[in-house]
Design a protein around this ligand. Structure first.
Ligand code: CO
Length: 211
């Protein structure tokens, strides 16, 4: 059987197994969603949000793109963030990068990538901001891994800059913003323990958007 047809077989088998556990599973989910997580990750096929978090349908609102970037004029990503914060009331916004990220690696090369230049510039900007630290790392793989972590940190700051996150956090105490890195080599998630409050206070001098 071709892989394409196999998918529909898989789907029917999955529906049966879910119903065996909980006969009303789909009925309940069809009524609405109240996910606690907004997950913003890389499009990489090896990093599926729900699977690595061990969570079910309905648990995670997801946005993925190349190198888990939050560009300030990206209508797509910013619409997702606004909806997740204002309408769904998510408790956590997670930026999840991953070691071995091809997007970040491409941004480290002096190569014209066509349409992707503008997108990967977001990652090159992260390199520029942290140039001193990154250039001091002599081992190329260690520098690559560190850029992946710093990219997650900077994309977290991008999220914290948004008015919806600032307003909701000051009013409700959530969402908090978290940076994770997934390791393809062992399947484990690492919490970078981004200091959300410190970053929020740090950026509000310039990016304060609630008056
Ligand atoms: Co990637």
């Amino acid at each position: 059987m071709k892989k394409y047809e196999q998918v529909f077989e898989n789907n029917r088998a999955w529906v049966e197994s879910v119903k065996k556990e909980d006969a009303n599973f789909f009925e309940k989910l069809a009524k609405g969603q109240t996910p606690e997580f907004l997950y913003i990750g890389c499009s990489d096929s090896r990093v599926p949000a729900n699977v690595i978090m061990g969570l079910e349908p309905g648990d995670v609102f997801v946005h993925r793109n190349i190198a888990n970037v939050v560009d300030n004029i990206d209508v797509n990503a910013n619409s997702v963030i606004q909806y997740a914060v204002e309408n769904l009331g998510v408790k956590y916004v997670v930026i999840c990068g991953h070691y071995g990220c091809g997007g970040v690696q491409a941004a480290m090369q002096p190569v014209d990538m066509g349409l992707m230049n503008g997108w990967l510039r977001n990652v090159r900007d992260v390199y520029r901001i942290h140039r001193d630290e990154l250039n001091s790392i002599t081992d190329e793989d260690a520098r690559y891994r560190r850029l992946i972590e710093l990219n997650v940190q900077e994309q977290c700051i991008q999220v914290i800059k948004s008015s919806w996150v600032q307003k909701s956090f000051l009013k409700n105490g959530y969402p908090t913003v978290h940076g994770w890195v997934y390791d393809l080599a062992d399947g484990l998630l690492k919490d970078l323990e981004i200091d959300f409050r410190k970053h929020l206070e740090g950026i509000r001098e310039i990016y304060k958007l609630d008056f």
